[in-house]
Design a protein around this ligand. Structure first.
Ligand SMILES: *[C@@H]1O[C@H](CO)[C@@H](O)[C@H](O)[C@H]1NC(C)=O
Length: 408
């Protein structure tokens, strides 16, 4: 292979059409995209055509830095007519008090510029998330909205007619009704991710409210709700194909679980060895092909009283007809867990893999009880010799930790 001199390389890039260069620049953090303007004369104004603005990983601990940064964001925003994507990741020191009003102005500007993607993380030292700039909530062009560490309040109506993807994490709402109001404003939402969402008011919605709720997310195919401690009408999620949920926190026994008629992949977290609830949920997922189950709760405790697994009277349809992949996470080898695993092996006729993975590191730090000991050889002996309904089923037992909270 002949080597190519650096200069030739530069020329090659410079000879590309401007639109292509802008496309390439749009993947760079804005600071670097601006820096390209020193490369060649022709590049000086090229970055002005880049419509993806990305100021992530910005730390502003001094007034001076805060001031300079604000200046450069204004100049980038004002130097173009349209902005497709705006990503801001700022950690403020005490300067957050003077810095945050600028964030609101930038967002107000961006939502008027045809923006399709907004991704905001603003960390402050003055406690509590800053208030989400509410102009975002009526942005007619927005397709993707992600935000982290905001409090969402002070809005009256929400209109996000094009929004397809909504990810929110470590954010707070006044109450569950406000959260539902947000969703009601997103009629074509396809993907919802809500992690660590808090509610200021303890009032939960009543049984009547939940059942009469007209919240319907008919296009929603993916819902991922972790550490979402409130009760939410599961009915609104009934069309999803993928669902990750901590159902013990969401579900009150008198609630109805809807039929999830499209659900192919279910992740259930923190069931807390509530086997009856597990069977009850499975009976409402007729098409389920993939089940990931973590019985352990977040606080890593083994409950004193565990219900033991009792074979249900009827095998849930999804187990006998559709289940192909079953992953049992943070498996401790408790009696009930083994009986449940055996039940699935015995009844799942098209099962291809059952994977069992060991506890996570925090499971070993059980205060004040006995040290957790998981005997993987015993688990393997018990399960590998157990009769399986599916001749092709592979059993894999891994004494490893599994990054469970990642997306499917
Ligand atoms: C912004 O840049 C960061 C770091 O380079 C990257 O991880 C992130 O995906 C970018 N965001 C967008 C919306 O392009």
């Amino acid at each position: 292979m002949s080597s190519i001199a650096d200069n030739d390389d530069d020329d090659r890039i410079s000879n590309l059409p401007e639109t292509l260069i802008c496309h390439i620049l749009s993947f760079l953090p804005t600071k670097q995209a601006v820096a390209t303007s020193v490369l060649a004369k022709r590049w000086i104004h090229l970055w002005c055509s880049v419509l993806a603005i990305n100021f992530s990983n910005t730390e502003l601990y001094h007034q001076e830095a805060c001031f300079r940064f604000s200046e450069s964001v204004y100049s980038v925003l004002l130097s173009r007519n349209s902005i497709k994507s705006f990503c801001l990741g700022i950690t403020y020191g005490e300067e957050g008090i003077i810095g945050f009003p600028h964030v609101v102005k930038w967002v107000n500007h961006v939502v008027q510029s045809g923006v399709e993607t907004i991704d905001l993380l603003v960390d402050t030292m003055f406690g509590g998330g800053p208030k989400l700039p509410i102009s975002i909530l009526s942005c007619k062009t927005l397709v993707v909205l992600k935000f982290q560490r905001f409090s969402v309040k002070g809005f009256t109506s929400i209109r996000l007619p094009c929004l397809k993807i909504l990810h929110l994490s470590e954010s707070g709402f006044f109450n569950i009704q406000d959260f539902m109001l947000l969703l009601t404003g997103c009629p074509i939402l396809e993907e919802l991710q809500a992690h660590h969402i808090g509610f200021r008011s303890e009032d939960s919605i009543t049984y009547q409210e939940r059942n009469s709720s007209s919240l319907s997310l008919s296009k929603l195919t993916r819902a991922n709700m972790v550490c979402f401690y409130c009760d939410f009408p599961l009915k609104a999620l009934c069309n999803v194909e993928f669902l990750c949920i901590q159902i013990d926190e969401m579900y009150r026994p008198h609630d109805e679980i809807p039929i999830f008629h499209n659900l192919a992949h279910l992740k259930l977290l923190s069931l807390n060895y509530n086997w009856k609830l597990l069977v009850h949920v499975l009976c409402h997922c007729p098409k389920l092909q993939k089940l990931d189950l973590s019985e352990a709760t977040e606080d890593c405790m083994i409950p004193d009283v565990q219900e033991n697994w009792v074979d249900p009277e009827f095998v849930p349809h999804c187990i006998s007809l559709n289940l192909r992949t079953c992953t049992l996470l943070r498996f401790k080898g408790l009696h009930g867990e083994l009986l449940m695993a055996k039940y699935i092996l015995k009844n799942a006729r098209v099962l291809q893999t059952m994977t069992i993975t060991g506890p996570s590191p925090c499971d070993y730090l059980l205060p004040p009880g006995p040290m957790l000991h998981v005997d993987f050889q015993y688990i393997e002996r018990e399960l590998s010799s157990f009769p399986r309904a599916s001749a092709t089923c592979q059993l894999s037992i891994e004494n490893v930790n599994y990054e469970f909270l990642e997306n499917s």
